[in-house]
Design a protein around this ligand. Structure first.
Ligand code: 4GX
Length: 266
């Protein structure tokens, strides 16, 4: 059973998130308990302010330390051995590997900042981990927390229902997914690759690995950089490399013909 608490000044943002899709399923299956905690409930004073002006001046506001400290302490008391994560562009870039790492904790506390961020003393004394979901600027950590929670929950055994492991393995093996097709077999003059209709399972598997590898090579070559390739994968890439080499050779033959003033026959 995993316990998740999200600390935010906009807990309503999570109402529909908890109630749909995989999160809901995980809660109903009894493998997850999740809640959004309103930081404002831990603020004092007539206005229950959660932010204040920055020391040293400048524009924007900073989240006050006291309400945050009280909210984090209350969650840590409820969730034993919780790992506390702050969402910030300055954090380590989120990856599937970090999702796997987080899925092994019994409890997770996500701290969502708004404005210019939270008081540095909270980062230093109350936060175990800083994570960024990418190099772009959001208005608050809430959406980043949802992204991470979804990626983590689907790794908890039993969260996907049915044939689970197959699904999550697609990224775990470091390649992009192969292409997918469903009926009809001809859609607006576009046919489904013949091999998929053949019923020949070995050839289909070979085709899937091939499209998966080539797509990764073309769209995300960075993913192949530190990857240990199987013999079969090396064979596929070598085959494509020589195929592409042939095409390039053919084109340079074309060009030299064109330059030499001979008739263009290609
Ligand atoms: N991946 N945001 C945090 C508040 C803030 C402002 C400045 C530290 C310094 C984000 C991201 C993200 C918006 C969450 C600003 N914190 N979080 N928030 N990208 O952009 O995770």
């Amino acid at each position: 059973m995993m316990d998740i608490a999200v600390l935010t000044i906009f807990p309503e943002m999570f109402a529909s998130f908890w109630e749909h899709g995989i999160v809901r399923r995980a809660v109903e299956a009894g493998i997850l308990s999740a809640s959004a905690v309103n930081i404002r409930d831990f603020a004092s004073g007539r206005h229950k302010n959660t932010d204040d002006m920055p020391y040293g001046g400048g524009s924007g506001m900073v989240m006050k330390p006291e309400p945050l400290a009280a909210a984090i302490r209350a969650s840590k008391d409820k969730i034993s051995e919780a790992h506390t994560v702050y969402l910030t562009p300055q954090g380590r870039p989120f990856t599937q590997k970090i999702a796997e790492e987080l899925s092994s904790y019994k409890g997770l506390i996500f701290v969502c900042g708004r404005y210019e961020g939270i008081d540095e003393r909270i980062c230093q004394n109350f936060i175990d981990d800083e994570i960024s979901i990418g190099d772009f600027v959001l208005t608050g950590g809430e959406l980043a927390a949802m992204v991470i929670i979804e990626a983590v929950i689907r790794l908890i055994p039993g969260a996907l229902g049915g044939d689970d492991s197959a699904e999550k393995d697609s990224f775990a093996d470091g390649l992009l997914e192969h292409a997918h097709y469903t009926r009809p077999s001809i859609f607006e003059d576009q046919e489904v690759p013949e091999v998929l209709l053949s019923g020949h399972h070995a050839r289909i598997e070979q085709w899937r690995l091939e499209t998966s590898l080539i797509r990764t090579f073309l769209k995300r070559p960075d993913l192949l950089k530190n990857r240990k390739m199987s013999k079969q994968e090396i064979r596929i890439l070598n085959h494509w490399q020589s195929e592409i080499g042939n095409i390039i050779d053919a084109q340079s033959v074309c060009k030299s013909f064109a330059l030499s003033g001979d008739e263009q026959t290609f």
